[in-house]
Design a protein around this ligand. Structure first.
Ligand code: ZN
Ligand code: ZN
Length: 355
């Protein structure tokens, strides 16, 4: 209900008379309805959940703040009927989700309405997490921290990356996680230079840097962390780069606060690596929002960091340096922006660790 109230405030500010929500993640966020077929139609006065006969009962139970209505085979026509007579002249849609085909069908059914394409306002509301949402994310991260400690005890040369990913998933699901936030990244040796190297059949070998990037889902909310550990031995160059990435991350963690833009947040780490001559090997943004989805607004990035940080935002801080064909290092924590700085939800140690 709080989410719907905050959305309505934003719609009023943006002068949006009616919004059609088709992205299933946004449907869950606003209504609580988890069925696979459902749309929300929200005006200042009304809040409808449109679904078909398979989900009517579930929708009534899960979404008490919404008036559940049967699409009866044609959701687009039903929208026109519901809005007819309400005085609404324009309908905003989630342009980042509705397909071209769906948009055409909606336009044909609602010929009297002006359709407005929006980058969904729901994403803006989702940027600020409630206490309950932060609590779920923190519980997901606490489990992930436990899983990392478990992996350190299990990992050894000769194991495949896939075995490590499986071990993490067993550990997390046995402790109640709903699933993994995303396919776990276990990238060792030269593969560690791939920022998104999903676990393969490669075996851990002495001298490997191993990037472990993973998280789990608790009550629908994701966690996300990365640690890089070493097998057998660490070269001077690996140690030097590890310490540089860690210094960049520490600088960002110390200074990240409300009022900075995502671009300024990114620079807190990037400038440290720039000073050491390695910024060109840091090819991605410093971080991203985390919530119902693993990647959501806002971004900490030089290119897409326009959003100003506010208390209640949950973002990752994950600088990385990657040398193609050699190795890569990334360290990632997840923090909540607070009034006077940020609170780190990731408790795993990050001193250089060699197995
Ligand atoms: Zn990650
Ligand atoms: Zn991340």
């Amino acid at each position: 209900m709080e989410h719907l109230t905050r959305l309505r405030q934003l719609l009023q500010k943006e002068k949006i008379e009616a919004l059609l929500v088709t992205n299933p993640v946004n449907v869950v966020y606003l209504s609580g309805f988890t069925g696979t077929a459902g749309m929300l139609l929200i005006t200042e006065q009304d809040a409808w959940l449109l679904t078909d006969f398979r989900y009517l009962e579930q929708a009534e139970a899960q979404a008490p703040a919404f008036t559940v209505t049967d699409t009866a085979g044609d959701g687009w026509k039903r929208i026109a009927e519901l809005l007819g007579g309400t005085g609404v002249s324009a309908l905003a849609v989630e342009a980042d989700h509705l397909t071209v085909k769906e948009f055409a069908a909606l336009a044909a059914a609602c010929a009297d309405l002006r359709l407005q394409e929006t980058d969904s306002p729901v994403k803006v509301v989702r940027r600020i997490k409630s206490k309950a949402e932060i609590d779920a994310i923190a519980r997901a991260q606490a489990l992930t921290d436990e899983a990392f400690a478990h992996l350190l005890r299990q990992m050894k040369a000769g194991m495949t990356e896939a075995e490590i990913a499986l071990e993490a998933e067993f550990f997390l699901r046995r402790r109640g996680a709903g699933g993994m936030s995303f396919a776990m990244i276990v990238a060792s040796g030269a593969r560690s230079a791939l920022p998104h190297g999903v676990a393969s059949q490669k075996k851990l070998a002495p001298g490997d840097a191993v990037v472990l990037d993973f998280g789990c889902v608790v009550d629908g909310y994701c966690s996300d962390m990365t640690r890089t550990v070493f097998i057998g031995d660490v070269s001077d160059r690996q140690r030097q780069v590890y310490n540089a990435v860690l210094a960049a991350q520490k600088n960002a963690l110390e200074r990240l606060r409300a009022g900075l833009s995502g671009r300024e947040g990114d620079a807190l780490a990037r400038d440290v690596l720039q000073g050491l001559g390695w910024a060109e090997y840091f090819g991605h943004g410093l971080g991203h929002g985390v919530g119902l989805e693993i990647h959501e607004a806002p971004r900490l990035s030089p290119a897409a960091g326009d959003v100003v940080l506010e208390p209640g935002m949950v973002v990752t801080v994950e600088p990385g340096v990657y040398f193609k064909g050699e190795f890569g290092i990334r360290i990632e924590d997840m923090v909540v922006i607070t009034n006077d700085g940020n609170r780190n939800l990731t408790k795993s140690p990050k001193e250089l660790f060699c197995i």
